[in-house]
Ligand binder design. Structure first.
Ligand code: AMP
Ligand code: MG
Length: 402
């Protein structure tokens, strides 16, 4: 047994994590349907003009602007109707002076026309003659060919997150698929003789695996592919075997095995397979968190206590995973409210204290590190600096919302 002799600050832990991020290099091709939220892995230039033809932006009449020069309600211009053009069809009509065609929004502009007058500014007269009540400028209500995207324009750059609108731009140039960075595969494994999977009945002394599910949810929500494993027993052999299997993933997240009685197990397992970057952070909850490289694969050793585990997943794992996945940093919403009840904080440790919002104030929601309801019944958390011993009732606090 080896109690913690030293811990590092949260700041130092973040620095060491940042120094050990290798953003994913693997790429894959996905169908456009599946591209939302993915990160483009190459620049995409357009092979076509968008729109591919000059088109009307209005329902109305395609005209020669010069024919409408002095048109008004009292002195309308009168033009002869040649054709009706709907979307998806080309008109053989040639608009010449004194003529026009009816045209639908999105339909190709007929040859000869250089403006569209909206239908509200027109009236049908007898004998297929159309009255125009307003003068049109050349180019009016026309979407030029290539006005949106010209051939050769870059539509998406490597590293761009494919938002719905960027996916739309790819669709506009006719792409059916797109090259994206692969999602990091994240192996998730709970350790502990007492931990069993849901669906089984509990024998005396056993508990259900919580961390596998909280961690999986975090991983899936932040750009990773969760690869859950069965819980591993608290033996060095089982842990080393689990490390060997899991190290084939892009990132490994274990939980448990880090309390004083078990600490040596994870430490020894890591020692035989890799390099410990840190073990023990001056935060509460979540002090026994470890980070290592196992055969070069980044490894998080999370505390077994469900709240400690999830809390550190929010604080450390999410930023790390997003950087690995090349996603921009997560920016949770925060609000500033008064504290509804005094909180006493752990001396010397940066504390993440869960709170519930009620009547415009934040009330303590933290029960214990072992209690998942410390988080599941909270709306967010406040941070209390290591050198602060208490936060008084009424103090304005910043709540980071889940
Ligand atoms: P450990 O870090 O393994 O010493 O575990 C600390 C506490 O968390 C113990 O009460 C464990 O039973 C509990 N625990 C460990 N792993 C899990 C898990 N995957 N799900 C729920 N509780 C756990
Ligand atoms: Mg354990």
């Amino acid at each position: 047994m080896r109690p913690f002799t030293s811990t590092i600050s949260l700041e130092e832990a973040r620095k060491r994590l940042d120094a050990n991020i290798r953003p994913i290099q693997r790429t894959e091709r996905v169908q456009l349907e599946d591209a939302a939220g993915r990160v483009a892995a190459s620049d995409v230039a357009s092979p076509i003009d968008v729109p591919p033809f000059a088109r009307s932006a209005m329902d109305g009449y395609a005209v020669i602007a010069a024919d409408t020069q002095s048109a008004s309600r009292s002195t309308p211009a009168e033009l002869r109707l040649l054709d009706r053009i709907y979307t998806g069809q080309m008109s053989a009509a040639m608009v010449t002076r004194g003529t026009c065609t009816e045209i639908a929004t999105g339909a190709p502009l007929p040859a000869g026309a250089d403006a569209v007058v909206m239908v509200e500014e027109t009236a049908k007269a007898i004998d297929d003659r159309i009255q125009i009540f307003a003068s049109a400028a050349a180019g009016q209500n026309i979407g030029r060919r290539g006005a949106d995207i010209a051939t050769g324009d870059r539509v998406v750059s490597s590293g761009d997150v494919l938002t719905p609108s960027r996916t739309g731009a790819l669709a506009a140039i006719g792409r059916a698929d797109v090259e994206v960075f692969a999602k990091p595969r994240v192996a998730i494994l709970s350790t502990g003789n007492e931990v069993v999977e849901p669906g089984q009945s509990l024998a005396p002394g056993q508990i259900y695996d919580v961390n596998r599910f909280t961690l999986s949810a975090i991983v899936s929500a932040h750009g990773g592919i969760s690869e859950p494993h069965h819980p591993a027993e608290d033996t060095i052999e089982a842990l080393v075997a689990a490390l060997d299997t899991c190290a084939q993933a892009d990132l490994v997240v274990f939980s448990g095995g880090s309390s004083v009685g078990e600490r040596d197990l994870i430490v020894d397992a890591i020692a035989s397979r890799g390099e410990m970057i840190f073990h023990g952070i001056a935060v509460k909850p979540g002090k026994p968190t470890a980070f290592a490289l196992v055969k070069g694969t980044p490894f998080f050793g999370m505390p077994g206590n469900p709240t400690s585990c999830l809390s550190n997943a929010y604080i450390l794992l999410i930023p790390y995973l997003r950087a690995l996945a090349r996603l921009p940093p997560h920016t949770p919403r925060t609000i500033r409210v008064p504290l509804g009840r005094r909180i006493v904080s752990a001396a010397g440790r940066h504390q993440f204290y869960t709170v519930r919002l009620r009547d415009g104030a934040a009330f303590p929601a933290f029960k214990g590190s072992g209690d998942i309801t410390s988080l599941s019944q909270a709306d967010g958390y406040i941070e209390i600096a290591a050198d602060q011993n208490a936060v008084e009732e009424g103090t304005a606090v910043t709540v980071t919302l889940f």
